[in-house]
Design a protein around this ligand. Structure first.
Ligand code: OAD
Length: 252
């Protein structure tokens, strides 16, 4: 199904209202309007930090102090950010029974801060630090100071509970995300370039299981031509607000 001649946003609203079992898959783009840079593109984190040097498990094990230069920036930017209208809109859609879960690649905690209750953190989060030697865990706020390198009681440098390249996805998050994808009626894919595996497989799993895939992004992505049923081109906050407005009153 492609949203040929009909208005794509009204078509998306019709599907959301009829099926009422939507799941959202979000990426860095949903937090851009909260002031958190995305990863790819001219303004993205990877333009400043080569991911092979700063975002792999191998890089962390080899030079954790260097990797903490990038991690510190993330902790500090994410720690100072607040949820925007897109995060709040998804929480409102969960409250009204339209969206049943959010699968997020983001580690910023903004979906929970906005009030979403069922959030599957596919790439972990920045709230917790883990010792790579003795596995002790600490809340980040207890051990991290701006510009500092957080240490375990055993003396080892702590690693945030985020998935670096070369690490597996937490098994429970992967299992739950795939189950949501297999059983949802609509998958809203919001603010992700869908270039990182296995997260980028989630839309395909949903589609092959019969869901309609609705993409919200200012740019086309690797999914747009092959997987996406309805492409809503624009910023997440404005488009989610419009979806909610039309769900409440299709006549407007
Ligand atoms: P990317 O930086 O790859 O993509 C962000 C997407 O958001 C792009 O497609 C933008 O067009 C879109 N975008 C920008 N502003 C937007 C807005 N206001 N509203 C909606 N969309 C907007 O980020 P991700 O796809 O999330 O993983 O990246 C996936 C993973 O790659 C991350 O979780 C991280 C990264 O490397 C790891 O570090 C393991």
């Amino acid at each position: 199904m492609r949203a040929g001649g009909s208005d794509p946003i009204r078509e998306a609203v019709r599907l959301l209202a009829e099926r009422r079992n939507a799941v959202a898959l979000t990426g860095a783009g949903i937090s851009v309007e909260s002031g958190i840079p995305s990863f790819r593109g001219a303004q993205g984190m990877w333009a400043k930090y080569d991911p092979m040097e700063y975002a792999t498990l191998h890089a962390f094990m080899r030079s954790p102090r260097k990797v903490w230069a990038m991690l510190s920036e993330m902790v500090s930017v994410c720690g100072g950010a607040a949820p925007n209208a897109a995060h709040k809109g998804l929480a409102a859609l969960e409250e009204t029974g339209v969206v049943r879960a959010v699968i997020t690649q983001n580690v910023d905690g903004l979906h929970q801060a906005a009030g979403s209750r069922r959030v599957i953190e596919y790439h972990g989060n920045l709230d917790v630090l883990i010792c790579v030697s003795c596995w002790k865990r600490y809340p980040t706020r207890e051990r991290w100071t701006p510009g500092g390198v957080p240490l375990c009681d055993c003396g080892e440098i702590l690693k945030p509970n985020v998935v670096l390249f070369g690490e597996p996805i937490p098994w429970l998050a992967q299992e739950q995300a795939e189950e949501e994808a297999r059983t949802c009626g609509v998958l809203l894919v919001i603010g992700t370039s869908a270039q990182v595996s296995p997260a980028c497989d989630i839309p395909r799993i949903a589609k092959e299981s019969g869901a309609a895939v609705v993409e919200i992004n200012p740019e086309p992505t690797s999914l747009t031509a092959s997987v996406t049923d309805i492409q809503l081109q624009g910023n997440a906050s404005a488009l989610i607000a419009r979806l909610i407005e039309l769900l409440l009153d299709p006549a407007v």
